[in-house]
Design a protein around this ligand. Structure first.
Ligand code: ADP
Ligand code: MG
Length: 262
């Protein structure tokens, strides 16, 4: 199976006024074509840095990053990116925001316009095409952002805590929404989150990271049947995976184990 995204022995150092900070060390992992990889870890463990290296917006200090077999040494265009805070332009309509990708790439406006409308309909935004982003709720804005990341049909989707700014209920809806979209499109995805349940629910594999410096604690296989159902979150298999991942954080001194609690 071909590899959509490869990190081979990747390290990242940042020079700061107070010295050099090591953000990442020894990261080796592949996102296979059509695979959903969640990247899970606490704040500061290098998740956003890893994503920036995948986009080519930043370059590694050590090792090698490849997208579709090509070394990343400049910003990659054939990817879709969704950030934590949506970067929608308030003076453009919802459809206009999605079409930004199409205009920048000078793609066929009629063809991709239809695709943009189809995507908006698929995420429940039919009828909102001509609204401005400030007329939408947070969840709707992130739905529009996902459409914008997908409109040019990139093989690889990179998401950095896309639901981090949403309330818990909207967030759960969005996870189901993303799962449905992924199930239909089977894009290769690197999905960054600090939510254990979310990471497991969506993923084929979860890359568990620990901080200072950001390292891989373990890459956990998620052998749960697809499509995933909400009820699955209460299944024994799911809860066993949650417990396993929690225990990795306990071992790393990030979470407290049961024996420490009163
Ligand atoms: N541009 C930068 N300059 C200096 N340090 C940075 C820079 N970007 C990230 N870092 C540091 O690298 C580490 C990882 O950061 P980040 O990738 O943002 O983690 P996460 O997304 O997991 O919260 C942190 O210690 C952070 O302070
Ligand atoms: Mg981050």
């Amino acid at each position: 199976m071909s590899v959509a995204l490869r990190f081979a022995g990747v390290g990242k150092l940042y020079d700061t006024p107070t010295g050099t900070v090591r953000a990442l060390e020894g990261i080796t992992v592949d996102v296979k074509q059509g695979e959903f990889l969640s990247v899970l870890g606490p704040s500061g463990c290098g998740k956003s840095t890893l994503l920036a290296l995948a986009t080519g917006l930043d370059l590694p200090s050590e090792g090698r990053v490849e997208v579709a077999g090509r070394r990343v040494d400049r910003p990659v265009t054939d990817v879709g990116i969704v950030f934590q805070t949506d970067v929608l332009l308030d003076w453009r309509t919802v459809l206009g925001n999605v079409m930004l990708q199409v205009e920048m790439r000078e793609l066929d406006a009629a063809r991709y316009g239809r695709r943009a409308r189809d995507l908006l309909r698929a995420v429940g935004l039919a009828g909102f095409e001509d609204k401005r982003p400030y007329e939408l709720s947070g969840g709707m804005r992130q739905r529009a952002s996902i459409c914008r990341a997908l409109v040019h049909d990139p093989p690889l989707l990179l998401m950095d805590e896309p639901f981090g700014a949403l309330d818990a209920i909207t967030r759960e809806q969005m996870v189901m929404e993303l799962h449905r979209v992924w199930n239909e499109t089977r894009k290769s995805v690197m999905f960054v989150t600090h939510d254990i349940g979310e990471a497991i629910f969506l993923a084929d594999r979860v890359l568990v990271m620990t901080p200072r410096p950001g390292r891989i604690a373990e890459i956990v296989d998620v052998d749960l049947p697809r499509p995933r159902k909400v009820e699955m979150r209460e299944s024994h298999a799911f809860l066993a995976l949650v417990a396993h991942v929690r225990n990795l954080f306990v071992q790393a001194g990030i979470l407290q184990g049961d024996r420490h609690t009163a």
